[in-house]
Design a protein around this ligand. Structure first.
Ligand code: UDP
Length: 345
C-alpha cells in the first residue's frame, strides 16, 4: 500500500468535505482515466476511497494529488488475483481493464483474465461485504452492430476469435457473472454499457481516436484516420458519463438489467478530425491508414432506458467537450517536453 504526502489546496478541500459521508468505496482501475475521475468525485463527496490498480494502463499521475488525503488509499494490485480488506466496503466500482484497442490487444490473455477473474474477485468481495457493485461494461459487447442505434435488448454481432475478442467476450462474460451472482446470491449489481468516452486523465499515448487526434493536432503532426473515416462513434464527455453511473448506483431498488450510458449524437471519424482541427487551430494534414481488423462500422446508443430509469441524458456537446479536453492534453504534452529536456545529456 502506498500512502504519500501531498499538500495542495484541493486535498484540504477534500478533507473539509469528509464529514458528509463516511461510506467506503472501492474503485478497481482507480488510477485509470475513468477510475481516477471517479476517485476525485467520491473524495469530494466525503467518501473513503480505496483505489486498486495494477498500473498496467493506469497512471500514478492521475491520482498523485490524492495521495496525501487521509480518506484515500492506493493499493497496487492486479484484480486477476483475489483480494480482501478489513472493515466495511459499501460500494464497489469494477472499472479495471485497459479500454484502448492497441493496449488491450497487446496482452490479450491478460485482458480476458482481467475482465473475467476481475469480475469474479470483485463480486466475491461484494458478496462478503454486502456491498452494492457496479460493472463498467461496454458498447463493445454489441461488437460490429448490425442495427443502429443499439438498445439493451440487442444481443450484438461479436467475433469469438478476432483481435478484439479478448475485450468484447471478456466484458460479455463479466456481465454474465454479474447476473449469475445476483440470481444465485442476491448481490446488488448495477451494470452500465459505456459508449466511447473522452476527457481529462486519458493517457496521451492511449491510442484511442480522441486522444490520438488531439495530440497529433496540438503538435501539428499528421492526423491518422483509419480506413476511409466514414465509420461512426458517439462520444460522451467524462462528466456526463460519471453522472449517469452515479445515478445508476444511487437507485434505491436493485437494477440487474444493463443500461446504456453514452451520448447518442453520432459522428464519422472524418467529422471528428475536422472538429479537432478547428478547435486546436492546427496546421496538421489528414492521412489515411489501414482500418484495423473487426473495427465496428457504427456505434450509437439508444439511451431511452437511461432517460426513463435515471432521468439522465448527456449535456455536453462534442464541441464543448473538446474545448474542455484540449487544454488538458496541451498541458500533458508540455509536461512531457519539460521531462524530456531534463533528461537530455
Ligand atoms: N481511429 C482512427 N484513428 C486513430 C485511432 C482510431 O481513425 O488514430 C478510429 C478507429 O479505427 C475506430 C474509431 O476511430 O474506427 C474509434 O476508435 P477507438 O480506438 O477510439 O475506439 P473503439 O470505439 O474502436 O473501441
Amino acid at each position: 500500500m502506498i500512502v504519500s504526502k501531498v499538500s495542495t489546496s484541493k486535498v484540504l478541500k477534500l478533507s473539509v468535505h469528509k464529514k458528509k459521508s463516511n461510506k467506503t468505496v472501492l474503485i478497481t482501475g482507480g488510477a485509470g482515466f475513468l477510475g481516477s475521475q471517479l476517485c476525485e468525485r467520491k473524495l469530494k463527496k466525503g467518501y473513503n476511497v480505496i483505489c486498486l490498480d495494477s498500473l498496467l494502463s493506469g497512471r500514478m499521475s492521475n491520482i498523485a494529488e490524492f495521495l496525501g488525503n487521509k480518506s484515500f488509499k492506493f493499493v497496487k494490485h492486479d484484480v486477476i488475483e483475489p483480494y480482501s480488506f478489513d472493515g466495511p466496503v459499501d460500494e464497489i466500482y469494477n472499472m479495471a481493464c485497459a479500454a484502448s484497442p492497441p493496449k488491450y490487444q497487446k496482452y490479450p490473455i491478460h485482458t480476458l483474465k482481467t475482465n473475467v477473474m476481475g469480475a469474479m474477485n470483485a463480486l466475491e468481495l461484494a458478496r462478503k461485504k454486502g456491498a452494492r457493485i457496479f460493472q463498467a461494461s461496454t458498447s463493445e459487447i454489441y461488437g460490429d452492430p448490425l442495427i443502429s442505434p443499439q438498445s439493451e435488448d440487442y444481443n450484438g454481432n461479436v467475433n469469438t476469435h478476432g483481435p478484439r475478442s479478448c475485450y468484447d467476450e471478456g466484458k460479455r462474460a463479466a456481465e454474465t457473472l454479474f447476473h449469475d451472482y445476483h440470481n444465485a446470491y442476491g448481490v446488488d449489481i448495477r451494470v452500465a454499457r459505456i459508449f466511447n468516452t473522452y476527457g481529462p486523465n486519458m493517457d496521451p499515448e492511449d491510442g484511442r481516436v480522441v486522444s490520438n487526434f488531439i495530440v497529433q493536432a496540438l503538435q501539428n503532426n499528421d492526423i491518422t484516420i483509419y480506413g476511409n473515416g466514414n465509420q461512426t462513434r458517439s462520444f460522451c464527455y467524462v462528466d456526463d458519463l460519471l453522472n449517469g453511473i452515479e445515478a445508476l448506483m444511487a437507485l434505491s431498488e436493485a437494477n440487474p438489467s444493463p443500461v446504456n450510458i453514452g451520448n447518442p449524437v453520432e459522428f464519422t471519424m472524418r467529422e471528428l478530425a475536422q472538429k479537432v482541427l478547428i478547435e486546436t487551430g492546427s496546421r496538421s494534414k489528414i492521412i489515411h491508414m489501414d482500418l484495423p481488423v473487426d473495427d465496428p462500422k457504427q456505434r450509437k446508443p439508444d439511451i431511452s432506458l437511461a432517460k426513463s430509469l435515471l432521468g439522465w441524458s448527456p449535456e455536453v456537446s462534442l464541441q464543448q467537450g473538446l474545448k474542455k479536453t484540449i487544454p488538458y492534453f496541451a498541458s500533458e504534452i508540455s509536461n512531457q517536453l519539460q521531462k524530456d529536456a531534463l533528461t537530455l545529456p
